[in-house]
Design a protein around this ligand. Structure first.
Ligand code: FES
Ligand SMILES: [Fe+2]
Length: 334
């Protein structure tokens, strides 16, 4: 049996019930890549506001086409920059037209006053991939952007919003290593070598074979990135199919999520065309989330009666507990 303090029944839970992991925001937020918007929500020369961690960010796309993300509140009087405008590659506050560059620096005040020293928004590391705009909680990303086992350049994909849940992202991600629930909640046959689940400092991976009674066999390589993303890459009935859930913590303690579904552009010989495959894969994955929803909407996690079948889940909770947290944007986004 792999090592974990949670393998042994009778280990008392740390803290009060429902807080087996300190709540997101306690000591910072996990240093992960978080999805904040679908790419198609961010037209050229547009800005949108998003709740993020315990605050709000402005996400925009300037004339360069590259997305940028800053803290949402103007350093002048605190207007929300997401109701401002994108001018060239700059973000302009609606209230008095102070302008900020992509690094968050105030570079123009139209009143003619000198720019006060340190007039700076928090500027997040940003990336765009798989139809999502991602921002990193931290000053310098030290972890790879979530991805499938195959290059996105060779895939077609679609993105859907997932039902929000009133739990931190790690709670939803326990699904990725809770093989018992896959059997009884989702009705899947699961063929997995528990000891082959490989944990790294900021991710984990394993191979698994599922069988769904209606859809047949899924051969999948599973990757968990940080504490908020699971990506499954493989085949369904021999046809390439990849699915990803990516969650982002919200100020009210809930998790907002997105689901990405991907396949080969051409479909496969003898298999359904790619559009049909994407539709089927997305519906299947969203259906799994719906089956979990009544549980995730009501759970208070506790760990004092875990059993050997929970052992990979126990390792996952150790991993989550030791995950680095920080909140460098905290004083800017609230
Ligand atoms: S509040 Fe933004 S320019 Fe005045
Ligand atoms: Fe589940």
């Amino acid at each position: 049996m792999a090592s974990s303090e949670y393998h042994e029944a009778g280990t008392p839970p740390e803290g009060k019930r429902g807080q087996v992991i300190p709540p997101a925001g306690d000591g910072g937020y996990d240093e992960c890549w978080y999805p904040v918007a679908r790419s198609d929500e961010l037209a050229s020369a547009s800005v949108i506001g998003r709740e993020f961690l315990d605050g709000r960010v402005a996400v925009y796309r300037g004339e360069s086409g590259e997305p940028a993300a800053t803290s949402a509140y103007c350093r002048h009087l605190g207007a929300d920059l997401s109701v401002g405008d994108v001018v060239g590659d700059q973000l302009r506050c609606r209230f008095h037209h102070w302008c900020y560059d992509r690094a968050g620096r105030c570079i123009e005040i139209p009143s003619g006053d000198a720019i006060p020293t340190g007039t700076q928004l928090f500027s997040f590391p940003v990336a765009e991939a798989l139809g999502l705009v991602w921002i990193y909680n931290g000053t310098r990303p030290d972890t790879e952007l979530p991805h499938f086992a195959r290059s996105a350049d060779d895939l077609v994909y679609r993105v859907a919003d997932a039902t929000p849940h009133p739990v931190d992202p790690w709670s939803l991600l326990t699904n990725s290593v809770d093989f018992q629930h896959l059997r009884v909640v989702h009705g899947l046959e699961v063929d997995i070598d528990y000891d082959a689940v490989a944990f790294g400092p900021k991710g984990l991976e394993y191979d698994v074979r599922f069988r769904d009674p209606k859809l047949g066999a899924f051969e999948q390589h599973v990757q968990v990135f940080g504490t908020n993303v699971i990506a499954l890459s493989g085949t369904l009935m021999g046809v390439p199919l990849m699915t990803m859930f990516a969650g982002v913590p919200q100020p009210d303690g809930s998790t907002r999520g997105f689901v990405v579904t991907a396949t080969d552009p051409q479909g496969s010989t003898g298999g359904p065309p790619s559009a049909q495959m994407l539709e089927m894969g997305e519906q299947f994955f969203l259906g799994l989330i719906e089956e979990d929803t009544p549980i995730m909407n009501t759970i208070r996690f506790r760990l004092d009666k875990v059993v050997p079948a929970d052992r990979v889940l126990g390792r996952f909770l150790d991993y989550v507990r030791s995950f680095p947290r920080s909140h460098p944007s905290g004083e800017f986004i609230r």
